[in-house]
Ligand binder design. Structure first.
Ligand SMILES: CC(C)(COP(=O)(O)OP(=O)(O)OC[C@H]1O[C@@H](n2cnc3c(N)ncnc32)[C@H](O)[C@@H]1OP(=O)(O)O)[C@@H](O)C(=O)NCCC(=O)NCCS
Length: 161
């Protein structure tokens, strides 16, 4: 299996939505949302491909409040591609994007139940010597009747690479 990575572009939105749906874990937003993401945030969103099939992705953006921070929104692979080290490779590719060249810190949110995602970010940070901290961010109360797990904010200090 040869997996490649590239920046997202208009046309990837539906395939990203399908990956999100098939993880069974990620919040499934509208296809329209993923089309906008692919087009307008394509320089900070990456798709992972097996041949020409999208099998994973990571989405994010440079925060308007602070251009030295990149927020990583969602990351996921189709179930049959999980647990093979692709997550770390995808994070490496994403962190090296030209659009992130002035970034010194990454932020993402993870629910306390999502041990796979916590494992990915902690392991990735530890192997590269990046500091990682975690603090409360969104409580269940923030989601009200929408009923959603809390989300903790993880901050990874990468420095400017
Ligand atoms: C989270 C996800 C992107 C990780 O990608 P992956 O390719 O499966 O992860 P990797 O194989 O690169 O593993 C990275 C590290 O995470 C750890 N990890 C992976 N799955 C794990 C699990 N279920 N429980 C605990 N740790 C886990 C591994 O031990 C590995 O650490 P190591 O390199 O020190 O061995 C992937 O599992 C996924 O798509 N999950 C469903 C969607 C999701 O939860 N997205 C994140 C929401 S914030």
């Amino acid at each position: 299996m040869t997996v490649t990575f590239r920046e997202a572009a208009l046309g990837d939105g539906l395939a990203i939505w399908e990956v999100v749906r098939d993880t069974g874990v990620l919040d499934v937003n509208s296809t329209y949302c993923y089309h906008l993401l692919s087009h307008y945030f394509g320089s900070t969103t990456v798709v992972a491909l097996d041949g020409d099939r999208v099998i994973g992705f990571v989405s994010g953006y440079i925060t308007p409040k602070d251009p030295s921070v990149a927020f990583l929104w969602q990351i996921g692979f189709l179930p049959s591609y999980q647990g093979q080290g692709l997550g770390g490779r995808l994070l490496d590719y994403w962190r090296s994007l030209p659009a992130l060249s002035a970034v010194s810190a990454l932020q993402t949110t993870i629910s306390p139940e999502n041990t796979a995602s916590q494992g990915l970010f902690r392991s990735w940070s530890a192997k590269r010597g990046f500091g990682i901290t975690c603090q409360p961010f969104l409580s269940a109360a923030h989601f009200g009747s929408a009923s959603h797990e809390p989300e903790d904010l993880y901050i990874i200090e990468t420095g400017i690479l």
